[in-house]
Design a protein around this ligand. Sequence first.
Ligand SMILES: Nc1nc2c(ncn2[C@@H]2O[C@H](COP(=O)(O)OP(=O)(O)OP(=O)(O)O)[C@@H](O)[C@H]2O)c(=O)[nH]1
Length: 418
Amino acid sequence: MMELFASRMSCSLPKPQFPRFQRPHAPTSHRPLLLTGGATASFRARVATPGAEWTRSRLASSETHEQLCVREEVESTSYDSSDDESSYLSLSEKPDRNTALLDDYEMEELEFAPDTNHKSGYVAVLGKPNVGKSTLANQMIGQKLSIVTDKPQTTRHRILGICSGPDYQMILYDTPGVIEKKMHKLDSMMMTNVRSAALNADCVLVLVDACKLPEKIDEVLEEGVRDLKYKVPTLLVMNKKDMIKPGEIAKKLEWYEKFTEADDVIPVSAKYGHGVQDVKDWILSKLPVGPAYYPKDIVSEHPERFFVAEIIREKIFLQYRSEVPYACQVNVVSYKNRPTSKDFIQVEIVVEKNSQKIILIGKEGRALKSLATAARLDIEDFLQKKVYLEVEVKVKENWRQDEGLLKNYGYGGQIRAI
Ligand SMILES: Nc1nc2c(ncn2[C@@H]2O[C@H](COP(=O)(O)OP(=O)(O)OP(=O)(O)O)[C@@H](O)[C@H]2O)c(=O)[nH]1
């Protein structure tokens, strides 16, 4: 994961002119995606300088910051249907291009100098598992939003990342890898989310792995852009070109140009940032003219608690082997902002079987302790403040097959906002 922090960031984001909360006339009531409450709703863009953010400037302390609550009961699956619909943030609806999300300050800016050359739109990033979709999306945004591991199918949610420049705004949907065999209800719901990302898109990137034998992308297109009324401009991005010889790159490019339906093909190395600017230029050539959907200093609409859960999930993937990470769901149960002390974050890790819980906890709780410490340190780096993290492990049998639970966990195209 650290490799990405150190890698070159290709997107330079404009410096906010004012700290967001000090802007004049910036009411929050009409900003449905900028939420208040336990977690500040969205992340402020931090200007991307190499290695500047998430630099692991550890907050040295000898205190114990994690509390491990290991509950022994095995819970049957249950879904709290009393959840208020209004506390969910829809990920499947594309907002109207009506600048409703901009505050008064930004509206004034727009009225003052409407930019007829400004482009904006949605970009779906599709591909099979492990081809480097998240790595590319992170590079383009200039900040790590999606977790990256060497294991397939780590991305489960559609991650919305915003990449802005003075005269453009690209809204990227990093999607879960397209899979053929849908083993669980979770897999089918993830694929529904892939489709709705493509439905919203002004253009589509289909990533393939340059190291693999070339193969048609019909399956990905089938899953992603099937049933679309009109053809969306499609770019085939041949990623991981750093892993193969230049001669091979040319041969594979030729194959993809000949045998796939993509409009164009670009070779890149998302990991090292090579070719990423070409991809951005291609997107810009396809996006329609229009104003920004979001304020320019915001890089995601997901609430902080969403990223906290993702960081913990990444640590699970890094620490545990085989099937265990896939059986884990991480929920932030409570997130309390405490201006005068550490933020309090209470997290539950849900597994399917007691045997998985035993592995997760480890002998005398050591494995869970080490997971919680690693997660807390990265969460602190990400939030730029100290936190108190409480981790609890629960068993909910077959949660991956339970539609109600899956919706509650955010796989129905909505995430819990408060
Ligand atoms: N050598 C090399 N490795 C890369 C490149 N891009 C991504 N990777 C590695 O490929 C692995 C998978 O990358 P991800 O970005 O998580 O892939 P993904 O397509 O989002 O994966 P899913 O979550 O399975 O959908 C990680 O180990 C990355 O470091 C690249 O350009 N070159």
